[in-house]
Design a protein around this ligand. Structure first.
Ligand code: ADE
Length: 275
């Protein structure tokens, strides 16, 4: 995969040189280029923003530097595709914004399938909307939000998204099993984990984990996932496909106040506050 990030603070993206993502870059699993938007300005002051039409607080990012930056990246992508003799697929242009669709694990998996992602980090009040409209000629444009809160710019969102997407690329995480068992991979939160010593400050590791009974351990972990998800993120259970649950699984959900109706979990009306 190739990733291009455009920002007025390229240094903000330095953590992408570290840890698993840094290693993936060194190993050639991920090509990542950070571009300084100001290098695409033409005036002496390297201006990237101006006052908003219609008035209001703050500044808006000017269209010209963005068009120059994105045209240069799209041009490189087209030349790259032509040199390999493959038809140019539009790269995905991700515009981090609190006004975008919500980022989640399913979207991370979807984006990990792409050949090229371009991230346009807005600052101030955002980028002139015409850039987003025009960019659709060259890119598949996706405004994406990290969550329902406002950051100062797109850079922190890019750090999070590149890490979430990059770790799904083949070969980036040493043991792919760990991707299967983590939170959100199956629509549930992850079960709690423990390591040595088995007794610590009068707290014991749950006995079943020391039992060596793999079936029991798997069931305990699954039921802990149900309990945690019901307690912390009951909204996820509304989306959960309950069709394949065993009798013991259904009983575990029953204790948490949920019945299975038409493959869906339904909270029993008499079961009080969400667990
Ligand atoms: N830029 C500012 N706030 C953001 C958010 N919540 N998600 C993505 N990008 C942003």
């Amino acid at each position: 995969m190739r990733i291009d990030v455009v920002s007025i603070f390229p240094e903000y993206l330095a953590p992408l040189e570290l840890s698993l993502i840094g290693k993936a870059r060194q190993d050639g699993l991920l090509e990542l280029n950070v571009h300084d938007l100001r290098t695409f300005t033409t005036d002496k002051h390297r201006t990237v923003d101006d006052t908003p039409y219609g008035g209001g607080a703050g500044m808006v990012m000017k269209p010209e530097p963005w068009a120059q930056a994105l045209e240069s990246i799209a041009g490189n992508a087209a030349v790259g595709a032509a040199s390999q003799g493959v038809p140019a697929k539009k790269p995905v242009l991700i515009v981090p914004s609190p006004a975008g669709e919500r980022f989640n694990q399913a979207l991370a998996y979807e984006l990990a399938e792409e050949e090229q992602l371009v991230f346009a980090c807005g600052r101030y009040e955002g980028i002139d909307e015409r850039v987003i409209e025009w960019a659709a000629e060259h890119f598949a444009v996706r405004p994406i939000s990290l969550g329902d809160y406002v950051l100062n710019g797109g850079e922190v969102a890019v750090l999070a998204m590149v890490e979430a997407i990059g770790r799904l690329l083949p070969g980036v995480v040493g043991n792919p099993e760990s991707l299967v068992e983590e939170s959100h991979s199956d629509g549930l939160l992850e079960y709690p984990v423990y390591t040595k010593p088995s007794s610590w400050r009068d707290r014991e590791v749950p006995a079943v984990l020391l039992s060596g009974n793999h079936g029991k351990i798997a069931q305990w972990r699954r039921h802990e996932q149900y309990r945690r998800t019901a307690e912390r993120r009951p909204d996820l259970l509304a989306e959960f496909d309950a069709g394949g649950l065993t009798r013991a699984d259904r009983a575990a959900f029953g204790e948490l106040g949920y019945d299975v109706v038409d493959r869906q979990l339904r909270r029993r009306p008499d079961s009080g506050d969400p667990a």
